[in-house]
Design a protein around this ligand. Structure first.
Ligand code: IMP
Ligand code: MG
Length: 184
């Protein structure tokens, strides 16, 4: 089975605009004097977090900008509750700081919820969550996404701008849906 690009959902200009809008919403939501620690989830959120960081840091003091890892124990079921979190160096910069947690896409919210739980143990001053894309659904979630760039309906799988399919297609500058091609 092969996967091919089906449709471009967001091109580079769309993404730049969403990043700017999201950065602005984030800036407005904090006091002018408060400083931020941005923590982003590898590897998918790297592109978004980098652009967001560049934008936010022009107007606001960002103390640290740090990656963490979060992965399912068995990459098979996305909705599985088995998310393993590795805070890496971020562990030392959480206490008493305002944390902005950034991911690429928010689906069931299981990943964000687990990371928020783990970060909370290190006593931050606050935690807010941000994702470039939110997959809207009628599912009840036990976590609120504070900032989102864009909403999608349905289950189209997305790639590009950090988002991957089996570690491929991350490097695309745009975000696209993929479709399955069946071969004999
Ligand atoms: P959740 O835990 O169900 O909210 O899923 C969020 C995580 O699943 C994200 O960190 C992504 O890595 C991954 N993910 C969900 N949907 C997609 C997609 O369409 N493309 C690429 N990764 C996705
Ligand atoms: Mg991810």
């Amino acid at each position: 089975m092969l996967y091919v690009i089906e449709r471009i959902l967001l091109d580079k200009r769309d993404i730049d605009k969403l990043v700017l809008e999201t950065a602005r919403a984030i800036q407005y939501s904090y006091n002018d004097s408060s400083t931020l620690v941005i923590i982003y989830i590898l590897k998918g959120a790297r592109n978004f977090a980098q652009d967001l960081y560049n934008s936010i840091s022009k107007k606001k003091q960002v103390l640290h900008y740090l990656p963490i890892r979060a992965s399912s124990y068995n990459g098979k079921t996305k909705s599985s509750n088995n998310v393993m979190v590795d805070l890496m160096q971020a562990e030392d910069f959480i206490a008493n700081n305002h944390i902005l947690l950034v991911d690429d896409i928010f689906d069931t919210g299981v990943t964000m919820a687990k990371v928020v739980d783990v970060i909370s143990e290190y006593k931050p001053a606050s935690i807010k969550t941000c994702a470039l894309i939110k997959r809207e659904s009628k599912k009840e979630r036990n976590i609120v996404l504070d900032f989102k760039g864009y909403s999608i309906e349905g289950d189209d799988f997305l790639v590009g701008y950090g988002l991957d399919y089996k570690d491929k297609l991350r490097e695309l500058t745009y975000i696209a849906t993929i479709k399955k091609e069946f071969h004999d």
